[in-house]
Design a protein around this ligand. Structure first.
Ligand code: UT7
Length: 335
C-alpha cells in the first residue's frame, strides 16, 4: 500500500535571463515624444530600455532565459516536468509555452501560459509550487517574459517611457528535507481593472444580416499612472508583510527586497515603509525599464550572476500591476 500523503519542499535552483540587443535611451525617446532625460530619470529612475525588433520573438527570449536557468540548475531540458510561461504578450494568443518547450527540447514537460501582467512571475511561482508540493512534478521551469514594445502607444509620453522587453527564468525543484519557499500572498481587485489595460478593441464585422462578430485586435496600453502608483505604494508593503507573516518572519530577516521594476520611487517608498535599508533593495530598472512579468527574474538573475545574491540568502519578491493583481513571495535562494 502507498504510504500516507507527503508534502514536498521547494528549492529555487537556477536562473537565466535574456534581453533584445537593441536599446532605446531617454534622449532617443525625447525625439519621439515631448519628454526629457531629466523628467524620466527623476520621475521613474529609468535611463534606457531594450526593445525587440519585429523579427525577434517572445519565444526566442524566453527560450534563451530558460536554457540558462536549466544549465545553472545542473539539469537537462529532458529533466523538466512542467514549463509555466508568465506573459501578457505571447507570440500566439493560443499560448507560447508549448513552442518554447519544443524549442528547448524539454520533451517530457507539459507547458502552459499564465497571464497576470506584472504580477505574472510571482503568481507563476506560487502556481508552480502547488504542483511541486503535492508531488505531481519535481522540476519546473518558470519563465517571465514580455515584449511590451509591441503594445505601447509610442505617441503617449505618459506610458511609452516606462516599458522595455525581456525575459527571465528560474528552475524550481522538489526537495524532501527542506522548503525554501517560506511564504506567499496573492491578491486581485477587478474593480480597479480600468486603471491599466491592454484590451480587446470592440470593432464589429458583419457576417450576415443581423449577425455581427468582433474583429480580433487590441488597443495600445492605457494607464492611469497616478492611481497605479498609489495602489503600488499602498498594497505592496501590505502584501509583503502578509507573506512575511505566513513565513513567520519579520522584515529584518530579509537579505534582499526585489520588487517588480516599475518605478524607483515606488521601490524607495516601499522599502522606507517596511524599514528595509536601501542597500538591500535590488534595482536594475535604470537599464531595462519596466519589463512586466520579466522584471523580477531578470533582476534576480543579474544579482545572482554578479555574486550579490548568495546561496541561502532570503529574498522578498513582490509583483503588482494590471488586473489589478499583486502578490509577494519569500524564498531562500539556491538548492
Ligand atoms: O507595472 C505597473 C505599471 N505601471 C506603473 O508602475 C506606473 C505607476 N505610476 C508611475 O510610475 C507614475 O505615475 C508615472 C511615472 C507614470 C508618472 O509620474 P507622475 O509623477 O505620477 O506624473 P503625472 O502623471 O502626475 O504627471 C505630471 C506632469 C503632467 O503635466 P501637468 O499636467 O502637471 O502639466 C504630465 O502631463 O508630467 C507630465 N508628463 C510628462 N512630462 C514629460 C507625463 N509624462 C511625461 C513625460 N515627460 N514622459
Amino acid at each position: 500500500m502507498k504510504d500516507t500523503f507527503k508534502q514536498f519542499g521547494i528549492a529555487i535552483a537556477g536562473s537565466g535571463s535574456a534581453t533584445p540587443t537593441a536599446t532605446l535611451d531617454n534622449d532617443q525617446l525625447s525625439q519621439l515624444v515631448d519628454t526629457s532625460d531629466e523628467w524620466i530619470t527623476t520621475r521613474t529612475g529609468i535611463r534606457m530600455r531594450h526593445v525587440a525588433t519585429p523579427e525577434e520573438t517572445l519565444g526566442q527570449l524566453a527560450a534563451r532565459a530558460g536554457r540558462d536557468a536549466i544549465a545553472m540548475a545542473n539539469l537537462s531540458p529532458e529533466d523538466i516536468d512542467l514549463i509555466v510561461l508568465a506573459t501578457s504578450t505571447p507570440d500566439d494568443l493560443f499560448g507560447s509555452a508549448a513552442k518554447i518547450q519544443g524549442e528547448i527540447g524539454a520533451t517530457r514537460a507539459v507547458a502552459f501560459d499564465l497571464t497576470a501582467a506584472c504580477s505574472g512571475f510571482v503568481f507563476g511561482m506560487v502556481t508552480a509550487a502547488q504542483f511541486i508540493r503535492t508531488g505531481v512534478y519535481r522540476n519546473v521551469l518558470l519563465i517571465g517574459a514580455d515584449i511590451l514594445s509591441r503594445w505601447v502607444d509610442w505617441d503617449d509620453r505618459a506610458t511609452c517611457i516606462l516599458f522595455g522587453d525581456g525575459a527571465g527564468a528560474v528552475v524550481m525543484r522538489a526537495r524532501e528535507d527542506r522548503d525554501r519557499l517560506l511564504g506567499f500572498s496573492l491578491h486581485s481587485n477587478g474593480q480597479k481593472n480600468h486603471t491599466l489595460n491592454l484590451s480587446q478593441q470592440a470593432e464589429s464585422r458583419g457576417l450576415l444580416t443581423g449577425l455581427e462578430v468582433g474583429r480580433g485586435q487590441y488597443r495600445p496600453i492605457t494607464m492611469n499612472g497616478r492611481e497605479v502608483y498609489r495602489f503600488a505604494v499602498d498594497k505592496v508593503p501590505e502584501v509583503i508583510s502578509k507573506a512575511l507573516y505566513h513565513a513567520h518572519l519579520t522584515t529584518d530577516a530579509i537579505d534582499w527586497l526585489l520588487l517588480h521594476q516599475a518605478n524607483q520611487r515606488i521601490m524607495d517608498s516601499v522599502a522606507e515603509r517596511l524599514e528595509i535599508p536601501t542597500e538591500k533593495v535590488i534595482s536594475n530598472l535604470a537599464k531595462y525599464g519596466n519589463t512586466s512579468a520579466a522584471s523580477i527574474p531578470l533582476a534576480l538573475d543579474e544579482a545572482v550572476r554578479e555574486g550579490k545574491i548568495k546561496a541561502g540568502d532570503r529574498i522578498a519578491v513582490s509583483g503588482f500591476g494590471a488586473g489589478l493583481t499583486w502578490g509577494a513571495a519569500i524564498f531562500e535562494w539556491g538548492i
